[in-house]
Ligand binder design. Structure first.
Ligand SMILES: [Zn+2]
Length: 390
């Protein structure tokens, strides 16, 4: 593969403050990029661009870093349309929520699970997502959790062990026994396939002590922690995440002032998942409060069949701007560089020399259109590792 010059870019978002206008987006107007060997070789004004083997004319369109979706649950089978429909119609619905997906996932073949995963990955790619994290958590047995991670690891480096999603229905009367399994034999089987360990720290799932046990056991096996924290209620998740130097505390919807201070002072990223609040008609997380306090904020889809069945990062950007107090610039940064920070990556989420050549060309002159034109398919083309991918 030779070098490629992408030129006549209307607005280029590099996320490198050393480039362009000096702001956090490192924005350059009338810009060009040179991709070589899967990485960005050059970024700057189109008039100064060096020659390359091939030329792609962006015709005034905007270019942003490929979206980094740092939180999804895509190894699953089955469907929860009826549950969503009942919730949105104000009707009681007594089926088992996550348990429904657990039963369908256990019953599915490897082939069905992998085909489902690749279906949603392709869908996300066409919407500009070039990196995604995904989790286990719908198997809840040693074999089913390890299988989910093996399948996920064929498609991404960012694989998360979430045996502690809910207490397995098989252990309904013995939650302590389930925590012992998650921190014992299940962890042994799963750790070789994962980079991260996660826990749903919430009333009805795992309390602070159980969450600490899950995360520290994973850390002892070399996994790095991230936490489902403070989604439905105030709880100990955010404080635990910061204390253990987790890469990310995800959801962060119900925060005390002390939680906000902890996120602002530590290196744990606050990952906000507005698709979940949208799909459950819940209160929005307050991004403005976190940003004003100095916390690093990421945006992600939480794509899963129950509480947030969207793979669209542009949709999450639009929600964050409309309902969570973010500016369009902040939301685009959080969906790209913010997601990279939540995955502790410096090679993605930016388009400056040395970065991976993962980018999205928008059918719009500016990244602001991602929020200005909600619901419109604005992705014109996607490059991953320097090659056209969609
Ligand atoms: Zn989640």
């Amino acid at each position: 593969m030779g070098s490629t010059l992408i030129t006549r870019i209307g607005t280029l978002v590099t996320n490198d403050p050393a480039l362009g206008d000096g702001g956090p987006l490192g924005q350059i107007e009338d810009a060009a990029l040179v991709l070589d060997g899967g990485t960005v070789a050059w970024a700057g004004p189109a008039a100064d661009a060096p020659a390359a083997d091939e030329v792609y004319d962006a015709e005034g369109r905007a270019v942003v870093p490929g979206f980094v979706d740092s939180h999804s649950h895509l190894v699953f089978a089955g469907d929860r349309t009826a549950e969503f429909n009942a919730r949105m119609s104000g009707r009681a619905y007594s089926a088992g929520g996550i348990r429904t997906t657990v039963a369908a996932t256990r019953a599915a073949s490897d082939e069905v699970l992998e085909a489902n995963l690749t279906h949603y990955l392709d869908e996300a790619l066409r919407q500009g997502t070039t990196t995604f994290e995904t989790k286990s958590g719908y198997g809840l047995t040693v074999a089913d959790e390890a299988r989910a991670l093996r399948i996920a690891a064929r498609h991404t480096e960012e694989v998360t062990y979430l045996g502690a999603h809910i207490v397995s229905p098989d252990y309904a009367d013995d939650p302590a026994g389930y925590v012992a399994l998650v921190t014992g034999a299940m962890l042994d089987a799963c750790a070789p396939h994962a980079r991260w360990v996660d826990v749903f720290c919430e009333k009805g799932a795992f309390d602070g002590d159980q969450a600490r046990a899950v995360l520290t056991a994973g850390m002892a096996k070399g996994l790095v922690p991230r936490v489902h924290a403070n989604q439905l209620t105030h709880g100990p998740g955010v404080q635990l995440a910061v204390e253990l130097d987790a890469a990310s505390a995800d959801h962060c919807t119900h925060l005390t002032p002390a939680d906000v201070d902890a996120l602002a002072s530590g290196s744990t990223v606050a990952t906000l998942l507005p698709g979940a609040e949208f799909s459950t008609r819940a209160r929005w997380p307050d991004a403005r409060r976190l940003l004003d306090a100095g916390a690093t904020v990421a945006l992600s889809t939480d794509c899963n069949p129950g509480s947030s069945f969207t793979s669209s990062m542009p949709f999450c950007i639009a929600l964050a701007v409309r309902d969570m107090g973010m500016t369009p610039d902040e939301a685009v940064w959080s969906a790209t560089a913010g997601g990279a920070a939540a995955l502790r990556r410096t090679d993605i989420g930016r388009l400056s020399p040395g970065a991976r050549a993962d980018l999205t060309v928008l059918d719009a002159p500016s990244h602001v259109h991602l929020a200005y034109r909600p619901g419109v398919p604005l992705v014109h083309g996607v490059w991953r590792r320097g090659a056209r991918a969609a």
